[in-house]
Design a protein around this ligand. Structure first.
Ligand code: SF4
Length: 290
């Protein structure tokens, strides 16, 4: 199998066949992200991708789930992604679902017909980092898209039959913008009405621009209880039709919460309230930081 650089995937793709079709991230400017900082973006040669698929089929023909890497593999033109999907469908008779990371423009640059064709060929889930619904925060962290653009992208994908898993990054607005970050992220997620929402917690990494801001005293790390309060504000303000799977079970989170919106909202808020009044419920690593 051909591998270059770091390959990452969402937690829910742990059992999937990880197939790089690009290397790195075509945007690679987010101030909090170190993943591809030292990786030059490139498309992988299609022939080499096909060879990987054929090799995997030889040893594991029963593969049901595939995740197309890297950071925003959806940036490839629709016909190139379709060619990969055709090859996957030809080689894996039991294929159920293909997933991919996507940025707003990766989706918006494709027509509704192109998105529908990808969905018909089993591209069934895209993971999109909203990070924040606040345009002020998005601009600061150089996300490269506005909240409105991300709403349009998510709605276009969902309408084409590609479920979107939207990721919000708690702590990204620091203490000063925490309330605004939570409120506007909830408003934007409500307008998106996505199939999945995850809240992760910012992990400030040395080597990122955001870490330099922290060293200069221009960015504060929020403490675990403030992060939990931010999560509560975020969840309480989400109003959507659903069904939407809501999760905070990533390793970065202080309190795992999971349920389906809208029906499980109050139950999840009750869990967060118990965490706010009893920090003993938080994960041990977070309790040390209190
Ligand atoms: S789009 Fe994603 S992978 Fe690319 S720099 Fe931003 S956070 Fe990192």
């Amino acid at each position: 199998m051909n591998r270059e650089g770091i390959v990452i995937r969402p937690p829910s793709e742990a059992g999937s066949f990880l197939l790089p079709i690009t290397v790195g991230c075509s945007h690679n400017k987010c101030t909090f992200c170190l993943t591809y900082k030292f990786t030059r973006f490139k498309k992988r040669d299609l022939e080499s991708v096909m060879e990987d698929i054929e090799l995997a089929a030889k040893y594991n023909p029963g593969i049901r789930r595939v995740f197309l890497c890297d950071g925003d593999a959806m940036c490839l033109p629709a016909d190139e992604i379709e060619a990969v999907l055709d090859c996957l469908n030809d080689n894996f008779a039991d294929l159920e679902r293909v997933g991919i990371y996507a940025n707003a423009f990766d989706i918006l640059s494709k027509t509704p017909d192109e998105l529908r064709a990808l969905s018909d060929k089993k591209l069934k889930i895209a993971y999109l980092g909203l990070e924040s619904g606040s345009d002020e925060i998005l601009k600061r962290v150089r996300k490269g898209a506005t909240a409105d653009e991300m709403v349009r992208a998510v709605r276009a994908a969902e309408e084409a039959g590609i479920a979107v898993s939207v990721i919000v990054l708690l702590g990204l607005g620091s203490n000063r913008l925490s309330r605004e970050h939570a409120k506007q992220s909830a408003e934007v997620v409500s307008r998106m009405n996505p199939s999945y929402v995850s809240a992760l917690t910012l992990m400030l990494l040395p080597g990122t621009s955001l870490y330099k801001d922290f060293e200069k005293g221009e960015f504060e790390i929020m403490d675990p209880l403030s992060i939990l309060q931010e999560l509560r504000w975020f969840l309480q303000d989400i109003e959507l039709e659903g069904p939407c799977v809501f999760r905070t079970n990533h390793a970065s989170n202080y309190l795992p919460v999971a349920g389906t919106l809208p029906e499980d909202k109050q139950r999840m808020l009750d869990v967060i309230d118990r965490g706010l009044s009893d920090p003993g419920m938080l994960r041990p690593e977070s309790r040390r930081a209190l």
